[in-house]
Design a protein around this ligand. Structure first.
Ligand SMILES: [Cu+2]
Length: 261
């Protein structure tokens, strides 16, 4: 390297660092504001003669089966003896179940029924039943306790590696249902845990628009009534995380997408 080039490298470094610092500050201000950085979904009349769809399957390719095992060291008469193993990975042949496929960069389209939607999560036998639920953003969560013991459900919105607390509610044995509207800021997923029983864990997928689907018993899905265009299609599994693909939707056809976990 000659002297001129060497000086050039040194001059570039502070400039690059300055640009990077500016970007980081802007990003952290956005983080702190807590405001959604995404535009709100808008219901608009759509031309039903020219909509298309995305359909496909979710394959279980990795063989990764994380198991979380916890000792049951209190309330054994209700929670069960010894150990509780949470096996999150359910499959059907080579397909992965419990996956939700969704599109979050669609800004306008078919009706979204969120405010009228209610999802019930029951605490029974020291389990949240069922363990994976879907709710639309702005919908209502009803939390019930069918156990003869106390539970303390705590809900967190997951935003990448961060957690934002949404609520904490203590419910005595057979307590009255806890009813709360659910709103998320930047993520798509809420994790619900019980502070009294660490093996009680549940997930809520929160949809921001009506373009989402849970895979069926064969790991297949379909998202319909999409205005033509290019979309980022995402797939989420509670324990195995996210995958994504790009799909170009054309009128009156389904474009096929395959996800591998
Ligand atoms: Cu509990």
């Amino acid at each position: 390297m000659n002297a001129e080039a060497f000086r050039g490298v040194h001059l570039l470094r502070p400039i690059a660092a300055g640009v990077l610092t500016g970007a980081l500050i802007a990003f952290s201000l956005l983080e702190r504001s807590g405001a959604s950085t995404r535009a709100a979904y808008e219901v608009v009349p759509i031309d039903m003669a020219n909509v298309g769809g995305v359909s496909g399957i979710v394959r279980f390719a990795s063989g990764e089966r994380p198991q979380d095992t916890f000792p049951v060291n209190r309330d054994r008469e209700v929670c069960g003896p010894e150990m509780r193993s949470l096996d999150w990975v359910r499959t059907a042949d080579d397909r992965l179940l419990d996956v939700i496929v969704f599109i979050d960069d669609v800004l306008a389209g078919k009706p979204f029924t969120a405010p009228s939607e209610t999802t019930t999560l029951n605490q029974k036998g020291c389990r949240f039943a069922p363990e994976v639920r879907i709710l639309q953003d702005g919908g209502t969560l009803v939390l019930t306790n069918s156990d003869p013991i106390l539970h303390n459900a705590q809900a967190y919105e997951l935003i990448q590696s961060a957690r934002r607390k949404i609520f904490s509610v203590v419910q005595e044995a057979y307590a009255e249902p806890f009813v709360t509207p659910v709103r998320i800021t930047r993520g798509n997923v809420i994790k619900i845990e019980c502070s009294a029983h660490e093996f009680m864990q549940s997930w809520l997928f929160v949809a921001r628009n009506p373009y989402y689907a849970q895979v069926d018993g064969r790991g297949a899905f379909r998202l319909g009534e999409l205005p033509p265009g290019q979309y980022r299609v995402r797939a989420w599994h509670p324990r195995l995380g996210f995958r994504e693909a790009t799909a170009t939707v054309v009128p009156r056809h389904d474009v096929e997408v395959v996800f591998d976990f």
